[in-house]
Design a protein around this ligand. Structure first.
Ligand SMILES: NC(=O)C1=CN([C@@H]2O[C@H](COP(=O)(O)OP(=O)(O)OC[C@H]3O[C@@H](n4cnc5c(N)ncnc54)[C@H](O)[C@@H]3O)[C@@H](O)[C@H]2O)C=CC1
Ligand SMILES: O=C(CO)COP(=O)(O)O
Length: 346
């Protein structure tokens, strides 16, 4: 049995706390909202984030971060990307030895263009950080909390650390693989939210499965294009954190990114949509970051670019689709085949 602190008591932090409690670990779930932590400790529910779920009594809620992290074996960072720096700055005050950090957030910072593990490494000195492992994959909190079969990947350049995280989380319902391609895993997990927003939009506009399949496959092509340019192994994008997460997020009503896109497609404004959601929609900020990166690195990302103009320049979603469909004709396997070809030709 290990002692694990989960920082962030939203949907995903709570669902992962359940997995850890099922594995008989001592789980300390920290949140910054007192009423929510009181609810976790009294009724063993977290209704705003996981409806109709009773949490294991083994999960104890904390409002004191210091108490939550004192003496733990591992710290899971489960807050939205936007809050990651602030939470790292808080946690490092309470640590004096290196700890194993697991992050589960799917985003890229606009302007700095840093991946979440890079943000964490920037904020946490080596004196408190043994290793950073990203846990990612097709995994809606709603299904994980019902103990439905789910597969994810623990990725770190330090394979031993990834294996420690695999051992912490793996069970009969929650299967964990390992990978050392951190760039590929983080880029796949973040950029799929852009495509999920777009898939929600086409559904909201009344378009069908053909449009959805087009978004998923061409979305994967542009994710792989940018990811490979940043140093990822292109094959990672065919795995759980690439194609796997694209499928689950673009096709599920659980996805907040899909739901936000759906409302946009039905004519709502972005501000209204985000107010309505009450939970994080990571794809909005990631669209900005990926668009900026594609401009800087000169990587072709037509779907990301179209979504950027819908979100931030008030372009009508239907006009954006019409424009995408009337671009100059091209071949399917352009630079992507070069990327994969290089791998297979040696
Ligand atoms: N919900 C899901 O099924 C999955 C979510 N993720 C990722 O996990 C991350 C967290 O997402 P969710 O838990 O779903 O979001 P959520 O919106 O359900 O919950 C976010 C939680 O973070 C808290 N929070 C926000 N700012 C904070 C701050 N400055 N300090 C402390 N707490 C703060 C909120 O109060 C809330 O409890 C995101 O990056 C998301 O992409 C990854 C896999 C699955
Ligand atoms: O990442 C997720 C599933 O793997 C959750 O997606 P949403 O943030 O769109 O709900």
């Amino acid at each position: 049995m290990k002692k694990v602190a989960v920082l962030g008591a939203g949907s995903w932090g709570t669902a992962l706390a359940m997995v850890l409690a099922d594995n008989d670990h001592e789980v300390r779930l920290w949140g910054h909202k007192k009423e929510q932590i009181d609810e976790i400790n009294t009724t063993h529910t977290n209704k705003k984030y996981l409806k109709n779920i009773t949490l294991s009594e083994g999960i104890v809620g904390y409002t004191s971060m210091e108490k939550a992290v004192t003496g733990v074996d591992a710290i899971v960072l489960a807050v939205p990307t936007k809050a990651m720096r602030e939470v790292c700055q808080q946690v490092k005050q309470y640590l004096s030895t290196p700890h194993l950090f697991v992050h589960v957030s799917k985003g890229i910072e606009p302007d700095t263009h840093l991946r979440v593990s890079e943000v964490i490494e920037e904020e946490l000195p080596a004196t408190v950080r043994e290793a950073v492992v990203v846990l990612s994959g097709p995994s809606h909190a709603e299904e994980v909390s019902l103990r439905q079969p789910t597969t994810v990947t623990a990725a770190s350049s330090n394979l031993e650390a990834a294996e420690k995280v695999q051992d912490l989380f793996i069970n009969q319902h929650f299967r964990v693989y390992t990978n050392t391609d951190v760039v590929g895993v983080e880029i796949g997990g973040s950029l799929k939210n852009i495509i999920a927003l777009a898939a929600g939009i086409t559904d909201g506009l009344g378009y069908g499965d053909n449009a959805k399949a087009a978004l998923i496959t061409r979305g994967l092509a542009e994710i792989a294009r940018l990811g490979s340019c940043l140093g990822a192994n292109p094959l990672t994008f065919l795995g759980l954190t690439g194609m796997g997460d694209l499928i689950v997020t673009c096709t599920s009503v659980h996805s907040r990114n899909w739901r936000a896109g759906n409302m946009l497609g039905k004519g709502m404004k972005l501000d209204e949509v985000l107010e309505n959601m009450g939970m994080v929609v990571e794809g909005v900020r990631t669209t900005k970051a990926a668009y900026q990166l594609s401009q800087k690195l000169q990587v072709k990302m037509p779907l990301t670019s179209a979504l950027y103009h819908v979100l931030f320049d008030n372009v009508d979603p239907k006009d954006a689709v019409d424009e995408l469909m009337s671009r100059n004709k091209t071949t399917e396997l352009d630079d992507l085949s070069q990327l994969l070809g290089d791998r297979f030709s040696s």
